[in-house]
Write a protein that binds this ligand. Structure first.
Ligand SMILES: [Zn+2]
Ligand SMILES: [Zn+2]
Length: 363
């Protein structure tokens, strides 16, 4: 693509000084700004073109390189022109430059997004919950109305960013800007800082926010509270919450199903029993049929977790584990020995089958 000369775009002489360039750009920017020409792609192109030209020519070093090498000076970054992302960050610079020119609140940065790590109980994740969290977030200082300057203090244009409030970040050619640290993005510095906020323009304020935890969320899920972030003159950032689900002493989770293991005694497994089993909804009674093997799994339908964002409910899977006593007293030992004598292989078909196979292997 044939690219137009930056001076030609701005309609200035090659030797034009900084203020002439700024003035020319300002005229074009006002004329073609997207806010004034909604849905006009040609105006948008002209605006971007002018902005790119201005971005280069307003920077002494970039301008020198351009004067020497033309567009080739910046070709190493690949495709020519300004990408959308760059354009966004330039728009920030522009707002810093022109303030309320376009009816936007110039130099007013939106508050940053904040993050929060929230521990929740297993049952809160499974059933949903309303949590309140306390955050401490930067809020504009009321004493100085966020300016950072003491009342009546003299303000000067920030030297570090020349009043733009932003400086070029060290990536790519036009690639991005970041807020100026010298003036904290305000473009101005004052000789006497506000005593309430030590010139920061913001103070940290504690606040309680309520967060809705939907039923079925999993560990590591995130929730966002719109407007829960830093408060700045240009608007509030969002709060991004990462949920950490604490382990449960009895339950484990597999998708929408709840897993648990219930220890039972040898007599219960042999004779059958009615077991008390914990579920999310409280204790339920579960029939253990006679002759239940260790490791057998019983399914309690609908006792699981409501599938998050889906339909239906999971089940609870109860694994019974036959507990073998590790120690027995004298009387117990005697009774078990008696039981062993009494129990022939016909009561244990699996053992009988095993012994038969063993026999055929070695005989
Ligand atoms: Zn203050
Ligand atoms: Zn600055």
């Amino acid at each position: 693509m044939q690219r137009r000369d930056y001076y030609e775009i701005l309609g200035v002489e090659r030797g034009a000084d900084g203020s002439t360039i700024k003035g020319a750009y300002r005229q074009l920017a006002m004329r073609y700004h997207p806010d004034r020409n909604p849905d006009d792609p040609e105006a948008e192109d002209r605006f971007k073109e002018a902005t790119e030209a201005y971005t280069i020519l307003s920077d002494e070093e970039q301008r020198r390189r351009y004067d020497r090498f033309g567009h080739a000076a910046f070709e190493s970054r690949g495709a020519g022109g300004v990408s959308e992302a760059d354009f966004g960050s330039m728009a920030e610079v522009l707002e810093g430059l022109f303030g309320d020119l376009f009816g936007r609140r110039g130099r007013r940065r939106r508050g940053r997004d904040l993050t929060y790590e929230l521990d929740i109980e297993f049952t809160e994740a499974a059933l949903g919950a309303d949590k309140s969290i306390e955050i401490e977030r930067p809020t504009p200082c009321s004493a100085c109305e966020g300016s950072g300057a003491a009342p009546g203090a003299t303000k000067q244009t920030c030297g570090a960013c020349k009043g733009r409030g932003a400086v070029r970040a060290q990536r790519g050619l036009l690639g991005g800007t970041r807020p100026c640290t010298a003036c904290r993005g305000r473009g101005e510095v004052s000789d006497t800082p506000c005593s309430d906020c030590s010139g920061l323009g913001s103070v940290r304020q504690k606040e309680t926010l309520s967060v809705k935890i939907p039923a079925g969320v999993e560990d590591g899920a995130t929730r966002s509270v719109s407007g829960g972030g830093e408060i700045a003159a240009g608007g509030r950032g969002d709060l991004h919450i990462t949920l950490h689900v604490k382990p449960h002493p009895i339950f484990e989770r597999e998708g929408a199903d709840i897993l648990c293991t219930v220890p039972v005694s040898f007599p219960e497994a042999v004779l059958g029993a009615e077991l008390e089993v914990p579920t999310l909804a409280g204790k339920v009674r579960m029939k253990l049929p006679p002759g239940s093997q260790s490791g057998r799994v019983f399914r309690l339908r609908g006792k699981g977790i409501s599938a998050y964002g889906g339909y239906g409910k999971g089940d609870q899977l109860v694994t019974v584990m036959v507990e073998i006593p590790e120690k027995v007293n004298k009387k117990q030992r005697h009774l078990i020995e008696e039981l062993a004598q009494e129990m022939g292989t016909e009561t244990m078909p699996q053992r009988k089958g095993f012994l038969d196979k063993l026999k055929s292997l070695f005989d």
